[in-house]
Design a binder for this molecule. Structure first.
Ligand SMILES: *Cc1c(COP(=O)(O)O)cnc(C)c1O
Length: 491
């Protein structure tokens, strides 16, 4: 508790904040207000941050009008843009607890039971993966988890390179497809590798790594004096939502003796899926795995972890400080395993979720959005005004709009315009990306309460926006009101 506050103030302020959010859940009718950036800037600038303070209740009221009024609501069924999930409420309750206690899971003496809980949870996640005695640590997100994994891979490769750091770093190679997450390339840069460190492996035409090409790429790299440092297989690519063939990739990694990292930031939810767990078979042969609980486990940001098959691999990231975790300290200090020092007790959210609803239920929620994406893909494929761009294995839908009489160049030009029109209205949010050199629209469906009808509503808005932009029909608004008048609140 803050020095000037009492338990009563805590109760009252948290209740006021919760009541403001609950009110928004009841009243919010579209995923965003649609206010312009200039308008939002004006509202933000109008707040006096230099003054003496208005008191807790007034400050909470103020953020209701400023932040909650204009927030982007991931629980709204017309939000289908990025990999953001609505959150399960037991995790939100846990967030209130961990923020108030303010535990830092770095050393044992700061966190005691929290450290033991995080470790227990890591054991559980390791079991889901199929590591017989894995280890790991919670991180701030998939970007950090991937960076951490590649750091460990780099250190393992260095230990075997038999040359100086600088010389070895210049020769190291990381293998990934063009669909791998951009944090792979960014990590290579941060890890001091060369500009050519990431070698792009050919895919099967639908975004999945081709294991035969991988093998050839590793052999060719080695033959030219490179050090194969890691293969990054993606279990759920961010755009196409496809899963690299993990078992054949594992076979290549084992036969060529290369570190296999699986980036399951998106597809990690399959670990607990009653229906589709087999899509991840082979993941247990990885040396390290990234899982983002704040994507397919419906956890509040931030909640992610890096898992390793061999606990000793984590030691490569350990540093010791006299004041904190001296070498002779025998307590279980999570800071020895983490790249962070002060670190949130994010594990509590997943812990409470597992206790409240169980792992199977989380998996079922993920299965629900996978099934939804499949049904939406079928509809898009059958709609003459739309063009489905590839099939997902998870919950994205890539597509283009083709109003009558528009050629492919015209369709490409419509993509950015449609996304912008929707964004400016705030009534439905979709993303855009580029696939095989052509722009397309993207739905990321991560809301288990979104129905097929809700998505039909989004597609109608998209088609109307495209028609309007193409100069065909200008009547978006009336339909929107009908479609989203009964928006619901998430689990
Ligand atoms: C989202 C994502 C990441 C990055 O995770 P953050 O939690 O956003 O840092 C990495 N890899 C993949 C495949 C992702 O989809």
């Amino acid at each position: 508790m803050l020095t000037s506050s009492t338990a009563d103030v805590y109760r009252s302020l948290v209740a006021q904040a919760a009541s403001r959010v609950a009110g928004r859940f009841e009243r919010t009718t579209q995923p965003a207000s649609g206010a312009s950036r200039a308008e939002l800037q004006r509202l933000v600038d109008a707040v006096d941050l230099a003054g003496g303070g208005v008191g807790g209740p007034a400050a909470i009221r103020e953020i209701d009008d400023l932040f909650l009024e204009h927030a982007v609501w991931f629980h709204h069924p017309a939000y289908a843009a990025h990999l953001n999930c609505p959150v399960v409420l037991p995790a939100v309750a846990a967030e209130i607890v961990l923020a108030a206690v303010n535990t830092s899971v770095d050393t044992y003496d700061q966190s005691t039971v929290g450290t033991l809980m995080e470790r227990r949870l890591i054991e559980r996640v390791s079991e889901w993966i199929g590591f017989s005695a894995g280890d790991g640590v919670f991180t701030s997100g998939g970007t950090q988890s991937n960076f951490h994994a590649l750091l460990l891979a780099r250190e393992a490769a260095l230990a075997r390179a038999g040359s100086s750091r600088a010389e070895a770093f210049a020769r190291m190679a990381v293998f990934a497809t063009a669909s791998s997450h951009f944090s792979v390339g960014k990590s290579a840069l941060l890890l001091g590798l060369s500009d050519e460190a990431v070698i792009e492996v050919a895919d099967d035409g639908e975004g999945r790594m081709d294991p035969v090409s991988l093998d050839a790429a590793v052999v060719a790299a080695e033959a030219s004096g490179r050090i194969p440092m890691a293969v990054v297989a993606t279990a759920g690519t961010t755009d196409r939502g496809v899963i690299d063939p993990l078992t054949p990739i594992a076979a290549v990694c084992e036969s060529r003796d290369v570190w296999m990292h699986v980036d399951a930031a998106y597809g990690g939810g399959l670990l607990v899926s009653p229906q589709s767990r087999d899509l991840l078979s082979g993941i247990e042969r990885a040396r390290s795995v990234t899982v983002d609980f704040h994507k397919s486990f419906f956890q509040p940001v931030s909640s992610s972890a890096i898992l390793v098959r061999e606990p000793r691999d984590l030691a490569a990231g350990a540093w010791h400080a006299d004041y904190l975790n001296p070498v002779e300290n025998e307590e279980p200090n999570q800071v020895d395993k983490s790249l962070q020092t002060t670190r949130r007790f994010d594990a509590l959210k997943l812990w409470v979720t597992l206790r409240a609803i169980g792992a199977d239920r989380i998996g079922e929620l993920f299965d629900t959005v996978i099934d939804l994406a499949s049904a939406v893909s079928d509809e898009v494929a059958a709609d003459p005004e739309l063009e489905l761009v590839g099939r997902t294995q998870l919950s994205t839908v890539l597509f283009r709009v083709r109003p009558q009489g528009i050629d492919p160049a015209g369709q490409d030009a419509l993509v950015a315009g449609v996304r912008r029109v929707l964004f400016e209205s705030g009534r439905a949010l979709v993303a855009k990306t580029v696939i095989d050199g052509r722009p397309c629209l993207k739905l990321t469906l991560l809301n288990p309460e979104t129905t097929l009808d809700d998505v039909r509503g989004i597609l109608t808005i998209v088609k109307d926006a495209a028609a309007t932009l193409a100069g065909i029909a200008p009547e978006i608004d009336a339909e929107l009101d009908a479609v989203f008048s009964d928006a619901e609140v998430s689990a």
